[in-house]
Design a protein. Structure first.
Length: 446
């Protein structure tokens, strides 16, 4: 028996026949699974963003320059993006209970190791490893959301879960920045690290695998909510090759979503990383005032995620394409208004940043939902991981490469690049307006 056996998905158990027991158990496990995922992913964000708030103190105490700090940020984006793909392949054949939990524990451990380090090489190694195990968070959540929530309700549940990004993003400045200011930058890494280890243990206790491992029917059978009339039962397992080739690499919808995700993440990461500097340099804001404006990006994202999920379920009846397209158009308009807005009125900038957050977190969330639904249920981790890889290559492009363009072209170049990115994302998403299911794969859905 190998220690890796804990990652194996548990076998399906005999299905419970009593509808009252099924209903009671489904209600209990759906709520338990959901709040566990929500809390767990918020803590992934806590350990991922801790470095951002340790950076100023690190630069002062260790003499690291901006290029070195920027390189560390890019290392995390690249290892995280690659991990989302490869861990997605692994998670489709793993038990999300242990996969997500152990990933969170290891990110905590590498945060602590990073805090004990003092050389750039060790920082790069431990932050790269942190990025790799950060990738163990998203694919299990995509798998669980797909198996525990049916298509007609999935948008709103996924949108509520997606706000864990914003909760984690809002908590980290309050927590890590306070630790860095009071005790030094090392404690800004130690604190989130220790918390994530305990949060990982919490996930082991709370999470389980799919409904069938608990003797429950599939969510489609329970809700009588099948993706199409051609819905059929499929084999218990698919091979890794079949998942990767048939349901991802040969799936035109996944490629369309992946490329659009690349451009969406350039915008999201650029606004997150560069807005504070932009407001300080061009509007004359203090760091505190600029940080307050940027706070509204997360608030807008929180509201936008919920609006996108509910809109796709109730207005467009489970179609994700229309909301992705409309929200990307909203990103384009909001960016243009921020680019051309005169003066430095704080309220105006805060409102525009709120709306950029509102609109960008719609496709940030629903492109992932669309990838899960336009592939096979047993390929969710691989499909969402694959598009996530593209997303974080885009995020990496918003770091050092975009910084170099700002240096060469100024802030006009910054907004021009983001505007072009939003137009390209919009053009790639347009063909998916009417698409709800993949007609070539309908009969294969489990």
């Amino acid at each position: 028996m190998s220690v890796l056996d804990i990652f194996k998905p548990p076998p399906h158990t005999k299905e419970i026949q009593d509808p009252k027991i099924v209903k009671k158990k489904y209600a209990y496990w759906r709520i338990r699974t959901f709040y566990s995922m929500y809390i767990g992913y918020a803590f992934f964000y806590l350990s991922r963003k801790s470095f951002t708030f340790a950076m100023p103190a690190m630069a002062l105490s260790l003499g690291l320059d901006k290029s070195q700090l920027g390189m560390l940020a890019s290392i995390l984006n690249l290892t995280y993006g690659a991990s989302k793909f490869f861990s997605g392949i692994m998670s489709d054949r793993s038990n999300p209970r242990y996969f997500m939990a152990i990933g969170l524990i290891l990110t905590g451990i590498f945060n602590i190791f990073f805090g004990f380090s003092s050389t750039f090489v060790l920082f790069a190694i431990f932050w790269g490893l942190n990025g790799w195990f950060q990738g163990w968070g998203w694919p299990p959540c995509g798998k669980l959301l797909t198996h525990w929530y049916s298509q007609s309700e999935r948008g709103r549940w996924w949108s509520i879960w997606n706000t864990s990004h914003n909760v984690g993003g809002a908590l980290i400045p309050l927590f890590a920045a306070a630790l860095a200011q009071t005790f030094g930058w090392r404690f800004a890494m130690f604190g989130p690290g220790v918390i994530c280890i305990f949060a990982g243990i919490f996930l082991i206790n709370r999470l389980r695998d799919t409904p069938r491992s608990l003797g429950l029917p599939t969510i489609e059978k329970y809700k009588k909510d099948y993706p199409s009339k051609k819905h059929e039962k499929s084999r218990y397992q698919l091979s890794t090759k079949e998942i990767l080739l048939k349901y991802v690499l040969k799936n035109k919808y996944i490629w369309i979503l992946a490329v659009s995700y690349f451009f969406i993440y350039i915008i999201r990461q650029a606004i997150n990383d560069w807005t504070l500097v932009y407001l300080v340099e061009t509007k004359g804001y203090s760091y505190i005032v600029a940080g307050t404006c940027l706070f509204w990006f997360e608030i807008g994202g929180f509201v936008g995620s919920l609006a996108a999920g509910w809109g796709s379920d109730f207005i467009f009846k489970g179609k994700r394409g229309p909301v992705n397209i409309l929200f990307t158009l909203g990103v384009l308009i909001s960016l243009y208004l921020m680019w051309k807005s005169p003066g430095g009125v704080v309220l105006v900038q805060s409102i525009l940043i709120f709306f950029i957050g509102f609109f960008i977190f719609g496709p940030q969330m629903l492109i992932g939902v669309a990838a899960a639904e336009l592939s096979h249920k047993k390929a969710v981790g691989t499909a969402t991981g694959f598009i996530g890889w593209f997303a974080y290559v885009g995020a990496a492009m918003a770091g050092a490469p975009l910084g170099a363009m700002i240096k060469k072209l100024g802030w006009e170049g910054f907004f021009l690049i983001l505007t072009v990115s939003s137009i390209l994302a919009l053009l790639f998403l347009l063909p998916l307006w009417r698409v709800k299911t993949n007609p070539q794969l309908e009969a294969d859905q489990a």
